[in-house]
Design a protein around this ligand. Structure first.
Ligand code: NDP
Length: 456
């Protein structure tokens, strides 16, 4: 019988890797997790957590402006970026320590250093070899920078979260999650912001009506939209950067941020030594149990590029541990996973877009409402909320729910339970609203529009 140093060796102590380690150890496995940077991974160290703290910070700017309509007089409000970074860093460090304690208490051995797969059942960290019965790759993803002249002058979300000073003028390249979220953060903290996006609408893959609406909302919030625009080159000047757009326009800014997608961290991991080939995006192909082409090597989270969200990685890691160490085969259901973009306003959704629903079901009933939130009545802010439901035209089952609103993320979580439970439009109609709220619109929508063809 083979004896190994560990029953499970996990590469990467992010959301998926840590959950898998702890659960496998709780089942009695001897577990090691290797991490080259800091415990907690992207979500805790340079993603969800610090981003959300910065989003909160940025919202006070808007609240201060809006407060005037409610009778407040605030004089001399100013923001100290470096003080925010300090308190945010302290919170991230606290969470990192909590992760360390959880792993320690769970009996998981943490090995600091970059791990590579050295052979079947063998992992090497800092020139030390370890053997393991199972290997789990949970190395996440990393920001990708487009290939344009001057690309080396761009920063990514990694650097922005550690910057010492706020830029007065910033150009953000990209139109996805990170671009929309950081546009709101910079704007709320006082920067002038340009979003330069190659597409004609933001957030590809989202419902088209939502995409149109969020673009209009960001523009109404004074974010300078440059849609269907490319960056031809970036040049450093004495006191900033020049961003040359394909249209001929030149933006003068203090910071250029690339928010142009993330690439799975599979480079020089040694996957070829166990016969695992990555796909064109660099992701590790896995089956529904997160197993790779090599029987005893598994992968979870962003490195597999399935649905790149923290709760998904955590679920995949947990399901892997249940399957392999808990004798309870379990898969992650990637359908109807709710998600939110923490832009300002937020965008949140669960289920199908109108376009996907039409393609899948032929005809659907679409209910939507665009309205001015109550707060805007006194703040005077030019903002609109969008609430949208898509129902199967035959049986009324809700196929998709979408909302663009402040606190949209908080609202969609409850709606996601209804979708998962198979709720119909009649169930929504039978539910009374919470008044006055934006969320109540989900249960008061009337007047269906029958839709069979995607909007353009
Ligand atoms: P996204 O894939 O969301 O967006 C990337 C953007 O960059 C797109 O608008 C894309 O345009 C554009 N782009 C890509 N390549 C180029 C290029 N060469 N030149 C110009 N533009 C380009 O990636 P993000 O980096 O914003 O986020 C990565 C992932 O991380 C998200 O998809 C999400 O899964 C996750 N995430 C989740 C968050 C949350 O849950 N709140 C927050 C942040 C990230 P096009 O649309 O035309 O391809």
């Amino acid at each position: 019988m083979n004896t190994y140093d560990f029953g499970l060796f996990v590469i990467g102590a992010g959301s998926g890797g840590v959950r898998a380690s702890r659960i496998a150890a709780a089942y009695g496995a001897k577990v090691a997790v290797a991490e080259e940077y800091r415990l907690g991974g992207t979500c805790v160290i340079r993603g969800c957590v610090p981003k959300k703290l910065m989003m909160y910070a940025s919202q006070f700017g808007m609240a201060l402006e809006d407060s005037k309509g409610f009778g407040w007089r605030v004089s001399e409000a100013s923001h100290k970026w470096e003080s925010l970074i300090r308190t945010k860093d302290a919170e991230v460090t606290r969470l990192e320590q909590v992760y360390g304690q959880l792993l320690g208490k769970g009996g998981v051995e943490v090995i600091k250093g970059r791990a590579t797969i050295a052979g079947p059942h063998e992992v090497r960290v800092n020139d030390v070899s370890f053997t393991a019965k199972h290997i789990l790759v949970a190395t996440g993803a990393t920001p990708e920078i487009p290939e344009i002249p001057g690309a080396e002058l761009m920063v990514t979300s990694n650097e922005v979260l550690a910057m010492e000073r706020a830029p007065e003028r910033v150009a953000i390249v990209g139109g996805g999650y990170i671009a929309c979220e950081f546009a709101g953060i910079f704007k709320g903290l006082g920067s002038k912001v340009w979003m330069v996006h190659r597409g004609s609408r933001l957030l590809r893959g989202f419902d088209e009506q939502v995409r149109e609406h969020i673009g209009d909302e960001l523009a109404a919030n004074d974010i300078q939209m440059r849609l269907a625009s490319t960056v031809a080159a970036i040049e450093r000047t004495r006191d900033g950067y020049l961003v040359y757009l394909g249209s001929g326009e030149i933006l003068e800014v203090d910071l250029v941020m690339a928010a142009t997608g993330r690439r799975p961290n599979t480079g020089s991991l040694g996957l070829e030594r166990v016969g695992v080939q990555v796909d064109a995006r660099g992701a590790i192909p896995v089956d529904s149990y997160s197993r790779t082409a090599c029987d005893h090597v598994y992968a979870v989270g962003d490195v597999t590029n399935r649905l790149n969200l923290t709760p998904v990685a955590i679920h995949e890691g947990h399901a892997f541990a249940d399957t392999v160490f808990g004798n309870t085969p379990r898969q992650t259901d990637h359908r109807d996973v709710p998600f939110a973009v923490f832009s300002q306003p937020q965008v949140a959704a669960v289920g199908l877009t109108e376009e996907e629903a039409c393609a899948k079901h032929g005809g659907v009933n679409v209910y939507s409402s665009v309205f001015r939130p109550m707060r805007a009545a006194l703040s005077g802010r030019n903002e609109r909320v969008l609430v949208k439901l898509i129902a199967d035209a035959e049986n009324g089952r809700i196929l998709g729910a979408h909302i663009v609103a402040p606190d949209a993320a908080e609202i969609i979580q409850g709606i996601a339970i209804a979708l998962k439970a198979g709720a119909t439009k009649a169930d929504f109609d039978a539910t009374l609203g919470v008044h006055p709220s934006a969320a109540e619109e989900f249960v008061t929508l009337r007047n269906a529009r029958y839709s069979t063809s995607p909007r353009s």
